[in-house]
Write a protein that binds this ligand. Sequence first.
Ligand code: UDP
Length: 239
Amino acid sequence: MTTARYRRIVLKLSGEALSGEQGYGIEPKIIQSVANQVKEVAEMGVEIAIVVGAGNIWRGKVGSEMGMDRATADYMGMLATVMNSLALQDGLENMGVETRVQSSIEMRQVAEPYIRRKAIRHLQKKRVVIFAAGTGNPFFSTDTTAALRAAEIEAEVILMAKNNVDGVYTDDPQVNKNAEKYDNLSYMEMLNEGLGVMDSTASSLCMDNDIPLVVFSITEEGNIKRVVEGESIGTTIRG
Ligand code: UDP
């Protein structure tokens, strides 16, 4: 059995990471691949909490740009994360991984309410906990949710899984062929350079609470395990 570098992690999945090539909605094959990768890490005894975004379904900012009230549009975004969370739960349970979804917006028929101590208990029992509905507050992001929950449950690291890029670059690698990948970075450098890895609220939370972040590609099977084993793929950001 290989050894894990971390005991407890938060895995942040953007909504897009669940959508496959069409960039919209939920692609069952991708859910399967992600679930498979999570299962591998769960089998190493690592305690895993997952925060899922909703960019594959709805983003509050887009709604507000179309004239909607921002808070209403954000609540829609949070509800969309619940759909992604349930899809992921389904994929994991199909593979025999025990999970619990905890929602920041009460929805007792489909998920437990978010209760920190209960989440920690689930993790100790090696259940994968999926945090749905973001922070429960408009004007925040699921990156901020990942930072907040990581601090609350005392996770040692946030693994930020991307489906279109394999780390943090000096510039957009899809536009600028000369863009170079960073192996390591500080939160201050990331903010000063305007690298757009995560929003400033999320970055500040990570920085103030000394939570490292690893940005990596989830497209290659087995990458979550590679990061957990300490292989240096992607970009590591620290305080
Ligand atoms: N959202 C929110 N509060 C939160 C988390 C999310 O209002 O605490 C809303 C917001 O509208 C956001 C949407 O949910 O656009 C989806 O989350 P996000 O954009 O972070 O998803 P991702 O980019 O990770 O797919």
